[in-house]
Write a protein that binds this ligand. Structure first.
Ligand code: G3I
Length: 379
C-alpha cells in the first residue's frame, strides 16, 4: 500500500497539471474576444476608414466597433488637402489632431490619407500655373503635415490616383503644371519629414494589367532615383462578379516583386448594379438621371438573401487570397465601418441603399464577417 502511494501521488500531480494547462488555454481563448484584429493578428493589420462622427465620438456605436474590431484606422475625408490646407497660408489641424489622438489612445496603426491628390484639392491650387511655385507648395504642404505627425502617423498615402486606366499619367492639375516630377517631390519630402513612416502610392483598379504595369514603371522609376517608397495601396473597390481573383493575385505578386509591401487600403464590395455595367458608359460620367430609378436600387427595403450569400462568398474568397499572400500584405482596410454611412450609398448614383461592408445599418456583423472570422477559426 505504502509503495503504491507515491505512484498515485505522481498520477494525481500529472493529471492536475494537465487540467490546469487546459483551463489556462480555455481562459486565454475566452479572454481574447472574437474580432477581426484578433483573428488576423498574426497575418496583417485590419482596419477601417473613419469619419468625423467617430472622431468627435458622436457615433458611439460606430466608434465601439472601430475600437473592438480594428487595429488600424484611415481618415475617410478629414485629412484631404481641401480640409487641411484650405488657403495658401492656412492649415486646419483640429480634426486631424483629434483623429491621431484617437489612434494613439487605442494603440492603433495610424494611416494618413492623403497628402497629394488632384481630387478634393483646395480651390486656390487651381490658380498655380508655375512649376517652381507648385513644387514649393507641394514641399511645404508635405513637410508641414508629415512633420506635425512624425512618430505618430505610421503610414502615409503620399500620392493618390496619379494614373489613368491604361497606366499612363493622369493629366491632372498637378501633372499639367509639373509633369510626373510631383510624385518624386512628394515622396522625397515625406521621407525627409519622417524617415520612419511607411510611404505608399495608392490607387484603384490596380488589378487591371495595364494599370498594374503603370505602377510597376512608376515604382521602378522612383527606386532608380533612390526615392523611398514602401508600399502600394490597392484600394479594392470591388463588386461581386469582378475583378477576378487571378487579376488581383497577379498584381499582389507583381508589386511584391518590387520589394514593396502591398496594402488593401479601401476595401468594399458593392451589392448594387453599376450603370456602366448596363450601358457601357464611362465611370466618370454624371449618373444623376438614374436617381430614383428602382432598378438601380433594388434592395432599398432590405438585402436579398442570394446577394447576401454572394457577398459573403466573395469576401471569404478575397480573404483566403490575402492569407495566401500574407507575407506580402501588411494591411487590409475597409472603406467605412457600417453600411449606413458607406460612400457607396451616394456613388455613382445618389441616395441608394448599398450593402458593401461587414457591419449592417444596425451595427451588427453580417454573414460575411462570420465567414471571414471562420477562415481563421477553422485553421
Ligand atoms: O464637404 C461637404 C460637407 O460640408 C457637407 O456637410 C457634406 C454633406 O453631403 O458633403 C461634404 O462633402 C462630401 C465629402 O465626401 C464629405 O462627406 C463630398 O460632397 C463628397 O464628394 C465626398 O466624397 C468622398 C470622396 O472620396 C471624394 O472624392 C467620399 O466620402 C470618400 O469615401 C471618397 O474616398 C475616396 C478616397 O479618398 C480615394 N479613393 C477613392 C475613394 C472613393 O471615392
Amino acid at each position: 500500500m505504502l509503495r503504491i502511494a507515491p505512484l498515485f501521488l505522481m498520477f494525481l500531480t500529472f493529471f492536475s497539471c494537465k487540467t490546469e494547462k487546459k483551463e489556462v488555454e480555455n481562459q486565454t481563448k475566452e479572454q481574447t474576444p472574437i474580432s477581426l484584429k484578433n483573428a488576423f493578428a498574426d497575418d496583417f493589420y485590419v482596419g477601417a476608414a473613419i469619419n468625423s462622427s467617430h472622431i468627435n465620438k458622436t457615433d458611439t456605436l460606430g466608434l465601439n466597433l472601430v475600437t473592438k474590431e480594428y487595429n488600424t484606422i484611415t481618415p475617410e475625408n478629414i485629412m484631404k488637402w481641401m480640409y487641411l490646407h484650405p488657403a495658401k497660408d492656412t492649415f486646419f489641424f483640429d480634426e486631424a489632431d483629434a483623429y491621431v489622438n484617437l489612434g494613439l489612445e487605442n494603440d492603433m496603426h495610424i494611416v494618413g490619407h492623403t497628402l497629394v491628390w488632384h481630387s478634393q484639392i483646395a480651390d486656390w491650387m487651381n490658380t498655380i500655373k508655375d512649376s517652381t511655385e507648385m513644387a514649393t507648395i507641394i514641399k511645404h504642404h508635405v513637410k508641414t503635415i508629415v512633420s506635425r505627425y512624425k512618430g505618430k502617423i505610421d503610414s502615409w498615402d503620399v500620392v493618390n490616383e496619379a494614373l489613368n486606366e491604361d497606366g499612363s499619367f493622369r493629366t491632372s492639375l498637378l501633372y499639367n503644371v509639373m509633369g510626373d516630377s510631383y510624385l518624386e517631390i512628394a515622396f522625397t519630402e515625406a521621407a525627409k519629414a519622417d524617415p520612419e513612416a511607411s510611404l505608399v502610392y495608392n490607387d484603384y483598379n490596380l488589378w487591371k494589367p495595364e494599370k498594374r504595369e503603370g505602377v510597376v514603371r512608376l515604382v521602378k522609376k522612383l527606386q532608380a532615383k533612390g526615392v523611398k517608397i514602401d508600399g502600394i495601396g490597392m484600394q479594392g473597390h470591388y463588386s461581386i462578379p469582378g475583378p477576378t481573383l487571378k487579376d488581383i493575385e497577379d498584381s499582389i505578386e507583381a508589386f511584391a516583386a518590387l520589394g514593396v509591401k502591398v496594402m488593401f487600403t479601401e476595401l468594399d464590395i458593392t451589392a448594387l448594379p453599376n450603370p456602366w455595367e448596363l450601358d457601357g458608359a464611362a465611370v466618370e460620367q454624371d449618373y444623376s438621371t438614374y436617381e430614383g430609378d428602382i432598378t438601380m436600387n433594388p434592395y432599398a427595403d432590405g438585402m436579398n438573401d442570394s446577394i447576401n450569400k454572394a457577398l459573403s462568398v466573395r469576401y471569404k474568397d478575397l480573404f483566403s487570397l490575402f492569407l495566401k499572400h500574407k507575407e506580402a500584405i501588411s494591411r487590409v482596410t475597409f472603406w467605412g465601418v457600417t453600411d449606413r454611412e458607406t460612400w457607396l450609398n451616394d456613388w455613382p448614383i445618389n441616395g441608394r441603399t448599398n450593402y458593401p461592408l461587414l457591419f449592417d445599418r444596425a451595427y451588427q456583423p453580417k454573414d460575411a464577417y462570420h465567414e471571414i472570422i471562420a477562415l481563421k477559426q477553422n485553421n
